[in-house]
Design a protein around this ligand. Structure first.
Ligand code: GLN
Length: 227
């Protein structure tokens, strides 16, 4: 297949998990966000309609492998482990894992204090992997990061480990919690495609590059991350 998609196709399917603002979230009943805007550009480049499948984050790679979706745009960190199962585009966003704690508790002031603590994470994420490395920690995995933050605010967890930008959104909605300065990781997001879809990967890389060169990427950044 040297064409990005089958000739009889009318739409291209983005797989995502719309629990990850501002990359993907529900607004007015629609999945929207930074990743959705990039995906629209990909569809436009292919001359196809964009369809979005909103599913659990932990199910995205399997959905791609079985071709239920054409690509993953989900604030997905480009990791070596995942690259065994999917092909990643060039990185399009620098990210990190941060620690969220309750403002009225000083039990966790940094990474070192996470040992032996009860940590909430989102299922199947790099935050979950990172938390599981921490000695004697009890890791509680949630389908949605915001649910973990709610449990933290209600005193059921000692900390939440999650990506920085969604963390900022979640914290802005709950004044009982805050983000610690010390970051746990440095990561980068990329778009994932099926190992067989080289032409689609080329197109996606081209779109990312064009967005960066045209200034559209900066405009999108401003739209979703500007003050
Ligand atoms: N960046 C994290 C990961 O790739 C979390 C992504 C997400 O929850 N949507 O695992």
């Amino acid at each position: 297949a040297d064409k990005p998609v089958d000739e009889d196709k009318q739409f291209i399917v983005m797989g995502t998990n719309a629990e990850f603002p501002p990359f993907e979230y529900i607004a007015g009943g629609e999945v929207t966000g930074f990743d959705v805007d990039i995906a629209k550009k990909i569809a436009e480049k292919l001359g196809l309609e964009l369809k979005i499948e909103n599913m659990q984050f932990s199910g995205l790679i399997a959905a791609l492998q079985t071709k239920k979706i054409d690509f993953i745009a989900a604030g997905m960190t480009n990791t070596e482990e995942r690259a065994k199962s999917v092909n990643f585009s060039q990185d399009y966003f620098e990210a990190s894992q941060v620690i969220i704690v309750k403002k009225d508790s000083d039990a966790v002031k940094g990474k070192a204090d996470l040992e032996g603590k009860k940590i909430g994470v989102q299922l199947g994420t790099t935050g979950e992997m990172e938390a599981k490395e921490i000695a004697d920690a009890t890791v509680e995995s949630y389908d949605a990061g915001f649910a973990a933050v709610m449990d933290l605010a209600n005193g059921k967890l000692d900390a939440v480990v999650i990506d920085q930008k969604p963390a900022e959104k979640f914290v802005s909605k709950n004044d009982k919690v805050m983000i610690l300065e010390e970051e746990l990781t440095k990561e980068a997001y990329a778009i994932a495609v099926n190992k067989e879809d080289d032409a689609l990967l080329d197109t996606i890389n081209q779109v990312i590059q064009e967005l960066q060169e045209s200034g559209e990427y900066d405009a999108l950044y401003e739209k979703y991350f500007g003050e």
